[in-house]
Design a protein around this ligand. Structure first.
Ligand code: GH3
Ligand code: MG
Ligand code: MG
Length: 367
């Protein structure tokens, strides 16, 4: 029972639905056992045949009905509470009180079942619903006891009924205390689960994103490159890789400070991203270096993209920092054919980028 409650807290909606259906099936099975018990009691003359038949039919038909409603998901349209737990518990309580009124010699044993149902309800229902169920059960039981002690005082002496009621009340109070603790446990589990999900999301972001620019980081880019390479093996198409390094970036830092340098890096990223297609990926490769992956792209197309990026930097004005601040970059382009080693192609792009630096910067060299 405890495990089921914890599972409900930890599972998603499809899992919950399956769990609800399975639990209702188990309840149906318990009712079938109860019918066997009724038949045994009937054989020993402890219950009238008519009552045993009526009670058995009520239990099995009711429980089978709940199972079908839940299984067909009809319950989700009928009630805000798709498990119909309140109704299932109420159905069980009525069955037990009926049994209590019908099996005078063994009614003490029936009380144990009533306590079990209310205890189960405390774990399966909300605290408020469970309290109402416990109270209603006690009231119905008291009413049944009163009625039986009036109509059949020999089998149901008032003093014995009073003791029974007192015992059931004490046990239910104990179970209530337990359920309050259980409720607190469930609440803290739910909170822990939410915190865990938030932390996992944070870890995922930290593991894949560059904090300053929001771009894909180097580690995640390597994963994406390998995934793209695997896709290339199937499609047979190549891709282009461009290594980009901002020119004389140290001067910006030295001249205007590291914070301005950070702002310039962000501005660079915001400006060039518009020149890329949805499938292109720009990653922060390190410091003021960026790696651009252009899937299914030949060198000529890639060169055009890099030119667009260059053009997008032209209108950038850094008047707030310095009117003569100009942002340019050097780029090295290499193409990766299916079967090529990613590391080797990145190396080629790196060499091309250094050649672009040697050639005077603000240009692209293609290998
Ligand atoms: P080159 O044209 O030869 O590439 O010259 P450069 O000055 O850009 O090259 P260098 O490698 O000498 O300097 C890169 C500078 O980039 C040094 C480093 O402090 C700066 N840098 C690296 N990462 C960051 C960062 O996250 N923020 C800031 N503000 N600066 C950074
Ligand atoms: Mg550099
Ligand atoms: Mg540089």
């Amino acid at each position: 029972m405890l495990k089921s409650a914890l599972t409900i807290v930890l599972l998603g909606e499809p899992g919950r639905h399956r769990l609800r259906v399975v639990m209702t099936l188990w309840t149906l099975l318990v009712y079938l056992l109860f019918v066997v018990l009724l038949l045994t009691m009937q054989a020993y003359g402890l219950i009238e045949t008519r009552t045993a038949f009526g009670l058995g039919t009520y239990c099995v038909l009711g429980s089978a009905g709940f199972y079908l409603l839940l299984r067909s998901r009809l319950s989700e349209r009928m009630s805000v509470e798709p498990s119909l737990m309140v109704w299932q518990n109420l159905h069980s309580v009525l069955a037990v009180i009926w049994a209590y009124s019908a099996v005078a010699p063994v009614r003490g044993a029936v009380l144990a079942i009533l306590v079990l149902i209310v205890a189960y309800g405390m774990f399966a229902l909300s605290a408020r619903q469970a309290r109402w169920l416990a109270l209603l059960s006690l009231l119905l039981l008291a009413a049944a006891m009163l009625w039986k002690s009036r109509t059949d005082p020999q089998a149901y002496p008032a003093s014995v009924e009073a003791v029974h009621l007192a015992v059931v009340t004490i046990v239910l109070l104990g179970v209530s205390a337990l359920s309050i603790r259980m409720g607190a446990l469930r609440k803290s589990l739910r909170r822990q689960k939410q915190e865990l999900e938030a932390s996992l999301e944070q870890i995922r972001v930290l593991a894949t994103q560059d904090e300053l620019t929001g771009l894909v980081n180097r580690r995640h880019m390597m994963d994406m490159l390998r995934a793209e390479q695997a896709r290339q093996q199937r499609s047979g198409r190549g891709m282009s890789l461009v290594l980009i390094d901002l020119d004389h970036f140290k001067r910006i830092n030295d001249g205007f400070g590291h914070q301005v340098g950070d702002a310039v890096l962000r501005t660079f990223v915001d400006s060039v991203l518009h020149s890329l297609r949805g499938t292109d990926v720009l990653a922060r490769w390190g410091g003021e270096e960026f790696l651009l992956m252009l899937p299914d792209t030949q060198a000529s197309e890639a060169l055009q993209t890099v030119q667009r990026m260059r053009d997008s930097l032209m209108p950038l004005a850094f008047e707030a920092i310095s009117p003569d601040l100009e942002l340019t970059f050097s780029a090295g382009l290499a193409t990766c054919q299916p079967g090529d080693s990613i590391e080797a192609v990145i190396d080629q792009a790196d060499q091309a980028m250094y050649r672009a630096k040697e050639a005077g910067r603000n240009c692209t060299v293609c290998i």
